[in-house]
Ligand binder design. Structure first.
Ligand code: HEM
Length: 371
């Protein structure tokens, strides 16, 4: 029985090894005032604490009333490695709840990059849940439970389901998941077991120019990125590899042998081996000046029917975490603008969010320090 602890200084679902199934659900908050907002976060805390612990589903009650639980998992709710990570968008800090002065310093609404084709119906939100578990049933059950408990407080705005290969999920982070372009995705991620490193790149800390309540939180950038998979599958292997700068099968940087070998750009200043516009080289040039743009990526594949043009609608739910949105995601995406990969991808949605600090124990609730 796999269980991720809910209580702690940081929320679960970020440094947690990637589970097989994930869902992103963005909401508009309907709370009428600050008291209602407190009620919402207390309710979310209570539901997440229960769902991630598991227990008996309250199915049989009064036949005249709806059952308390959807029943889709049967009588017994297993934790199933469930994590539900709660983050908030800039919109929550407008004048509705008097929180404007407490907005995290770098939180902003996503605007379009040159290669984007953003669909307004899959962008932004007051609140985002990233729900991950071993199985999709558990994810769906959790979502239905939360929606059932918050009808007057939350309205779904957009929603996406993602997955990673099952054997990669079962390896608990030892094996890198392969994305739908057929490349290992996550190889060069920073080591989440290194606490000092996580404190310097991932979590907001006291020495940053941030409101005190935000310490222990993290900035989350979400991008829904559609792939032109039919076109990609007709692209020569050599070109696929130079686009990323890595070998397709092994995941090694071009010119090297093993997946985790480090590229040495000083030895290749003109990009003869790893082109200057290769994805990994632009994303992380490995120079002292670009150290500050390190981030933790935790992306999932998606596959959802066909596009209006009759092509497979598949791609990546790109999610990354960092202690500073501008130095992390925004700086990296600016470097990636114009990359060779752009021909094959189309970002269509997403948004920027701030992950709330963790809940220390059952005497506390999510967003308590903010409210
Ligand atoms: C590395 C795929 C979008 C940032 C990689 C790698 C792959 C990949 C295959 C190499 C293996 C690895 O280290 O994980 C993709 C695909 C994308 C995408 C298919 C979407 C179409 C993005 C975006 C960002 C980003 C939007 C951030 C703005 C990075 C970073 C690395 C990386 C920082 C590590 C580079 C290094 O340290 O060597 N990506 N990526 N990627 N990607 Fe992406």
């Amino acid at each position: 029985e796999e269980r991720q602890p809910f209580y702690g200084p940081h929320q679960a679902g970020i440094t947690t090894p990637q589970q097989a199934a994930m869902m992103l659900v963005a909401f508009d908050v309907l709370a009428g005032d600050k008291n209602d907002l407190v009620r919402l976060f207390k309710l979310l805390t209570e539901r997440i604490a229960f769902l991630t612990t598991g227990g008996t589903a309250p199915l049989v009650t009064n036949p005249r009333l709806p059952p308390l639980d959807s029943g889709i998992l049967g009588e017994r709710i297993w934790p199933d490695n469930l994590t539900i990570t709660v983050s908030v968008g800039e919109a929550l800090f407008d004048d509705r709840y008097g929180l404007t002065a407490l907005k995290p310093a770098k939180l902003q609404t996503m605007t379009r990059f040159p290669n984007d084709a953003l669909d307004a119906e899959s962008c932004h939100g007051d609140l985002l849940l990233q729900i991950c578990a071993n199985t999709n049933d558990t994810v769906i059950h959790a979502l239905r439970d939360i929606i059932k408990h918050t009808p007057d407080l939350l309205a779904v705005r957009w929603r996406r389901e993602g997955f990673i290969p099952d054997h990669a999920a079962r390896s608990k982070g030892r094996e890198t998941p392969i994305n739908l372009l057929g490349f290992k995705d996550g190889t060069a991620n920073p080591d989440t077991a290194n606490r000092a490193l996580m404190d310097s790149i991932l979590w907001v800390t006291q020495d940053q120019q941030e409101p005190a309540w935000a310490v222990g939180g993290s900035y989350q950038a979400v991008r829904i990125i559609q792939f032109r998979v039919e076109f990609w599958d007709r692209t020569p292997l050599g070109e696929q590899q130079t686009i990323f700068g890595r070998e397709k099968l092994s995941g090694a940087p071009l010119g090297m042998k093993h997946e985790h070998d480090e590229p040495d750009y000083a030895q290749d200043p003109h990009g003869k081996i790893i082109p200057l516009d290769a994805h990994i080289r632009l994303a992380n040039p490995r120079t002292p000046e670009t150290q500050s743009s390190l981030m933790l990526r935790r992306g999932y594949s998606y596959s959802a029917g066909i596009t209006s043009a009759g092509q497979l609608d598949m791609g990546l739910l790109f999610v990354c975490y960092q202690h500073d949105l501008e130095k992390g995601f925004l700086a990296v995406q600016q470097r990636l603008n114009g990359e060779a990969l752009e021909e094959y991808i189309k970002p269509t949605g997403g948004g920027y969010f701030f992950v709330l600090p963790g809940v220390i124990n059952n005497q506390h609730y999510l967003a308590q320090s903010l409210l």
